[in-house]
Design a protein around this ligand. Sequence first.
Ligand code: RIB
Length: 302
Amino acid sequence: MSVLVFGSANIDETYTVSHMVARGETLAATAVTRRSGGKGLNQAIAFARAGAEVCFAGMVGTDGQFLLEELVAAGVDVTRVRVLPDERTGVAVIQNDTAGDNCILLYGGANRRMTPAYVREVLDACRPGDLVVLQNEINLPGEIIEGALERGLRVAVNPSPMDEAVPVDLLERVDYLLVNEVEASQLLGPDMPSGDTWADVAQALGSCFPQTTIALTLGGEGSMLIRDGAVVVRQPALSHEVVDTTAAGDTFTGYLLTALERGDAPETAMRLAATASAITVSRPGAAPSIPLLAECEALPEK
Ligand code: RIB
C-alpha cells in the first residue's frame, strides 16, 4: 500500500498549565516546549511507524526544516513538500493541563498556501490504488478530495478541525471517514440523535454515509467501526496513564488505516489503533509521542 498524506505541518508550542487560561486571566506556565506537530505531519508519522509506505505533501516556511527532518527520520517521503521563502510554518499554541487535556490556537501560515496547480501536481504523481489521506488544517480540501476521486484514487478524510470548509457533500463518496464525537455531531447536524447512546450516533453516521467505512472515536469511551451502515466493532478505551492527549486521534488514524489496508481483521485493527493511541497519550507532545509498531506489540494486553 502507498499512502499520500496531504496535510498540515505545525510547530507545536506547548505550555504546561494548571488549568486552561480563562478570559482576562494571566496564567504562568510551568514549562514550554517547541516540537513537531500538525495533523498531517502527525498522521504521516503514525502511518510510517505502523509500517506503511507513506509520502507527505504540504508546505512549510524556512523555519520548518526540523519538521521535514523529523518526517524523514520516521521514513516518510518528503520530496513533494514545498518550502516557501516568504511564509512562516504553521504554528499551534497548545495549553496542556494537569489532566492531560489540551486546547489549541492555530496559525495556518504555509498550510494555507496550497494552490490548485500544486494539488494537481501532487495528485498526478499518485499511482492507481494509492490512498490519499487528508484533514482540515490546509486550504483547498474540496479540490483535493474531488481531484483524488476523479483520478480513481482512494480517499480517507479526517475532517478536523471541522468548519465550513469541509465539503460535506463529497464525504459520502470517500472510502474512510474518521471523526470524534464533536465532529460526528457537527456532520450530522439535525440528524444527530438527541439524548441517545453512541450506538445511535454510529447508526446515524452509517445511514448518512452508507458506502464509507467510518471510525468514530469517543475518548475515554473507546471507539466504533462502522461498515455498510452498521457497527462492526466496539473497541473499549485501553487504560493507560494520561499525560498529553495531543495527537491521540492522529495516531489512531495512521494505525487503523495501515492495519485495515494490509488486511487485518477489523477487531485486530481497532485494537492496534487503540493501543497505539493509549501509548501516545502517556507521553508529552504530538509527533514525538507516536509509538513504533514494536512498542504497540510489546504492550501487555489489559
Ligand atoms: O492533532 C494534534 C495537532 O493539532 C497538533 O499537533 C497541533 O499542531 C494541531 O494541529
